[in-house]
Write a protein that binds this ligand. Structure first.
Ligand code: SAM
Length: 231
C-alpha cells in the first residue's frame, strides 16, 4: 500500500519472537506520520530494532478515552497513524477500541495490519475445537468471581479462551479442576514463540502436575474445551 493518508492502521506486533514481524508491518510503520503506542520505551525498542524513527504518542488505558478524539482529529486532517500495543494485536485485552470507534463514528478510514495474537496462536496449536470459541480476556482477580465464571461455562459447547497472569496460573487450574472436574480437557500455552514455549493439552488432572513440574513463570493463555470434548 503506498497511499497511507488519513488512515488509522491497527498494527499487530510480535508476542515474543521478533522474527514474526511481517514485511507489510514494517513498511506501514515506516510510512505513517506517527505511532500511537502503550509504552514508548517498549515500542521504542521495537522500532529501533526495525531501524524506524517516528514520533511516538503515548496511548494507554489511562488516557485512551481523553486522547481518542485528538487522534481522530489528526486522521481527519489527513495524517496517518499506526496504533500498536506492547505485544500482539491492539484492542484485544489492550488499548485501542476507543480510537477505532471514534474513527468509525466519524466515517474515517481504519485499516488492520494483522499479525501475532496470543490467543489465536494458542488456539491454533492447542488441539482444542476451533470451529466455535469464546475469548474472554482476563477474569477478575477475586476467586469468587472466577469460580462463578467457571460455573457458567460448565456446559459450554465452544472452546473458552482466557489470559491469566503467572501469579495466579496454578490457582486457576486448581479452580478449573474443582469446578469443572479433573476430566475436563484444557490447554495451557506458555511463552508462545519464545525460548521456553510450552503447550500442555490434556485432562486437567494430567496438565496440573506437568505445569507445576515445568515453570510457572512467563505469560499464559488458558483454553477450556467444550463439555463433551475428548482429545
Ligand atoms: N493484545 C495481546 C494479544 O494480541 O495477544 C494481548 C495483551 S494482554 C495485555 C497480555 C496477555 O496476553 C498476557 O498476560 C498473556 O496472558 C497473553 N500473552 C501475551 N503474549 C504471550 C505469549 N507469548 N505467550 C502466552 N501468552 C501471551
Amino acid at each position: 500500500m503506498s497511499d497511507v493518508t488519513g488512515t488509522l492502521f491497527v498494527v499487530a506486533t510480535p508476542i515474543g519472537n521478533l522474527g514474526d514481524i511481517s514485511g507489510r508491518t514494517k513498511s506501514i510503520l515506516g510510512d505513517v506520520n506517527a505511532i500511537a503506542c502503550e509504552d514508548t520505551r517498549t515500542s521504542g525498542n521495537l522500532l529501533r530494532h526495525l531501524g524506524i524513527e517516528k514520533p511516538l504518542i503515548a496511548y494507554h488505558e489511562h488516557n485512551e478515552q481523553a486522547l481518542a478524539p485528538a487522534l481522530a482529529d489528526r486522521i481527519a486532517a489527513g495524517e496517518s497513524i499506526a496504533l500498536i500495543c506492547d505485544a500482539g494485536t491492539p484492542t484485544l485485552s489492550d488499548p485501542g477500541f476507543r480510537v477505532v470507534r471514534e474513527c468509525r463514528r466519524r466515517g474515517l478510514s481504519v485499516s488492520p495490519v494483522p499479525g501475532p495474537c496470543a490467543f489465536i496462536a494458542a488456539l491454533s496449536a492447542s488441539g482444542l475445537p476451533s470451529n466455535a470459541f469464546r475469548y474472554v480476556g482476563f477474569l477478575p482477580p477475586k476467586s469468587a468471581a472466577r469460580v462463578r465464571f467457571l460455573e457458567s461455562i460448565r456446559e459450554a459447547t465452544e472452546t473458552v479462551i482466557l489470559y491469566e497472569s503467572c501469579h495466579r496460573i496454578d490457582k486457576f487450574v486448581a479452580e478449573i479442576n474443582d469446578v469443572l472436574g479433573a476430566a475436563r480437557v484444557i490447554c495451557v500455552a506458555r511463552e508462545l514463540t519464545k525460548l521456553h514455549e510450552t503447550i500442555l493439552t490434556g485432562a486437567v488432572a494430567e496438565v496440573i502436575p506437568k505445569l507445576v513440574a515445568n515453570s510457572l513463570r512467563g505469560e499464559f493463555v488458558v483454553l477450556i474445551a467444550p463439555v463433551d470434548f475428548q482429545l
